[in-house]
Design a protein around this ligand. Structure first.
Ligand SMILES: Cc1ncc(COP(=O)(O)O)c(C=O)c1O
Length: 357
């Protein structure tokens, strides 16, 4: 055993690094990004705004202004505040570290966003996945049994879920939050909220063990790396102790503060994406051999006869989607496609039609 292998924890040696495909010269439909750039006038104004940022100074440590604007624009209930992360990935990591007592467990319905399991394992928590049903709805009896059996410290519910796009009813979420009331925290991850029919944000005051987590990534600001979560003040105060100081850099904070004053631009972009999602699902539904799953997110999951082969044929035509076929048995032969502009969606649909023959 060499020095590195003797030093690093075995569960980390066993992990694969997070894989990001090379997207150079590709129509990039693999990462649920918003395809629309900033309008030119906003780019100019943002440039001016950023020119005034003091790069020689650390950020204001409590991010008071940024938090105030996030609460104002994203419907955080009165009396509640947010905790900020360098992407919601960092928030997930903070929660894992905060809850990593010996023997503590994390539960999530699977397949879901992989970072819940990765982050739990990195922090030394046990991750327990409870399979969704074949139609990607929650298996409520199995989840309630798993909660009783494992008494998890954390339950993650991505709503809409990635990579399935499925939407869980508020009634089911409330049942799970109540089942977890004396056991642990329920994190409702609303990363795709701009495209979704609802939110648990307004219900925060009812449940002391509820955390609502969001990101600005899918709204069109993925490059900023900014996530936020809200929960009771007492809970946020404890997680705050895990947050690395200055985790949001001055350029991200200043950019977000500027963009938060122009929300109608991004709401309009999200609305265009929702319209395109409908058009894309209808077009996909017309194709023989393609099963389309309902989506409330900015991507669509489909099942094709051979996802590996179709993925490679799309690549030959410079279209990059995500082949999730090997992620979980429920996802066999599935591809996940980001909903993009009308032009890019059309390129994808033509390439897929050609690939299917
Ligand atoms: C459900 C879910 N939560 C969180 C994230 C991560 O978001 P961020 O870009 O803020 O790290 C993703 C990214 O795809 C996601 O699908």
């Amino acid at each position: 055993m060499n020095l590195i292998q003797s030093l690093i924890r075995p569960e980390i040696l066993a992990q694969n690094p997070y894989y990001v495909a090379d997207a150079k010269d590709m129509v990039k439909l693999d990462a649920m990004e918003n395809p629309y750039p900033l309008p030119d006038q906003l780019k100019v104004e943002l440039g001016e705004h950023l020119s005034k940022v003091a790069l020689n100074r650390y950020p204001v440590p409590d991010y008071r202004n940024l938090k105030k604007k996030i609460c104002r624009e994203f419907g955080v209930p009165d009396g509640f505040n947010v905790l900020l992360g360098n992407g919601s990935d960092e928030l997930i990591s903070m929660l894992s570290v905060a809850c990593a007592k010996p023997g503590a467990k994390v539960i999530a319905p699977i397949p879901t966003f992989v970072m819940y399991a990765v982050s739990a394992q990195l922090a030394g928590l046990e991750f327990v996945g409870v399979p969704l049903q074949r139609d990607f709805s929650l298996d409520m009896p199995a989840l309630l049994t798993a909660i009783r059996e494992h008494r998890p410290a954390l339950l993650y519910l991505a709503n809409p879920n990635n990579p399935t796009g499925s939407w869980y009813s508020e009634g089911d979420l409330v049942k799970l939050i109540k089942a977890m009331q004396d056991t642990g925290l329920v994190v409702v991850d609303e990363a795709y909220q701009p495209f979704a029919p609802g939110s648990m944000m307004a219900r925060l005051p009812e449940f002391g063990n509820l955390i609502v987590m969001r990101t600005v990534s899918k709204l069109g600001w993925a490059g900023l790396r900014l996530g936020y979560m809200s929960a009771s003040g007492a809970l946020l105060a404890e997680i705050e102790k895990v947050r690395p100081p200055y985790n949001i850099n001055v350029l991200t904070a200043a950019t977000a503060e500027f963009l938060l004053d122009h929300m109608p631009v991004f709401e309009q972009q999200a609305s265009k994406i929702r319209t395109q999602r409908k058009i894309m699902c209808e077009a996909l539904g017309q194709l023989n051999d393609v099963q389309v799953f309902p989506s409330e997110a900015n991507f669509v999951l489909i099942r094709v006869p051979n996802s590996e082969q179709i993925f490679n044929k799309l690549l030959e035509r410079k279209i990059l989607v995500k082949n999730v076929g090997k992620m979980h048995s429920l996802l066999s032969d599935c591809l996940r496609i980001t909903v993009s502009t009308q032009e890019e969606n059309q390129l994808f649909l033509s390439a897929l039609s050609a690939a299917l023959v």
